[in-house]
Design a protein around this ligand. Structure first.
Ligand code: DC
Length: 215
């Protein structure tokens, strides 16, 4: 079973994806990390963000060893990730890796922005997770401040709006819900309540899926 979870930044999609991955015993890929690592390496190597080929070369040969999750989740790296994600050559360089992961025997859970639309349109379950910009900014701001970043909540709100806009308006694989995705708005939901809704969608899909024996 392939579960595609897309949605906006800090909507809770990663938490839902990890939980479903654990419950259903499916391997999980956080595809945002691919764009984040590309952005982080480009920043460190002072690569020009207009140099599509240089960015694609980085994306082509990613190796996560030696990078911590905290390094990848800073606000600066998030901004860089959003910029490299708008470069078609970067997206092309990362496509096969994601598709291979999705199509492994038994299935997988992937979260991102274009899983249900571009990477895996044939996914068995497609979820679109969203929340108000204020709720999302507050969640991400608390997370970043607890790790020692010093930005204000207003700065977080404007960064998030800027990133949403860039992710939505890019020409290649823009952030958009697949027509057949089930929407979950987490603005007023606890993590458990959001996961409950997501699980119900998976269970409904499982009930419809033919069993391997055909009965
Ligand atoms: O989900 P995230 O914040 O870790 O994603 C980082 C950036 O990468 C975000 O600006 C959107 C982009 N992204 C994308 O374009 N496609 C994906 N499948 C995943 C992330």
């Amino acid at each position: 079973m392939i579960i595609a979870i897309d949605g906006t930044l800090a909507s809770g999609k990663g938490t839902i994806a990890r939980q479903l991955s654990a419950e259903y015993g499916l391997p999980y890929m956080d595809t945002g990390q691919l764009y984040r690592l590309t952005g982080l390496i480009a920043l460190a190597a002072e690569v020009d963000f207009d140099d599509a080929q240089a960015l694609a070369d980085i994306a082509e040969s990613l190796n996560f060893q030696g990078y911590t999750d905290d390094e990848l989740r800073t606000a600066e790296v998030g901004q860089a990730a959003s910029k490299v994600a708008a470069v078609p050559e970067v997206r092309a360089a990362l496509l096969n890796l994601q598709r291979r992961f999705a199509l492994q025997p038994g299935g997988a859970v992937l979260d991102g922005r274009d899983i249900g639309t571009v990477i895996c349109p044939e996914a068995d379950v497609k979820l679109w997770i969203d929340a108000s910009v204020e709720a999302r900014a507050l969640r991400r701001w608390k997370e970043l401040v607890s790790k020692g970043e010093t930005l204000t909540l207003d700065e977080m709100i404007s960064q998030l709006k800027e990133r949403d806009e860039r992710d939505k308006s890019r020409k290649d694989a823009p952030m958009v819900a697949a027509a057949d995705a089930v929407l979950i708005d987490t603005t007023h939901l606890s993590i458990d309540a959001a996961v409950d809704k997501a699980r119900a969608v998976v269970e409904a899909a499982l009930a419809k899926k033919p069993t391997p024996s055909g009965d």
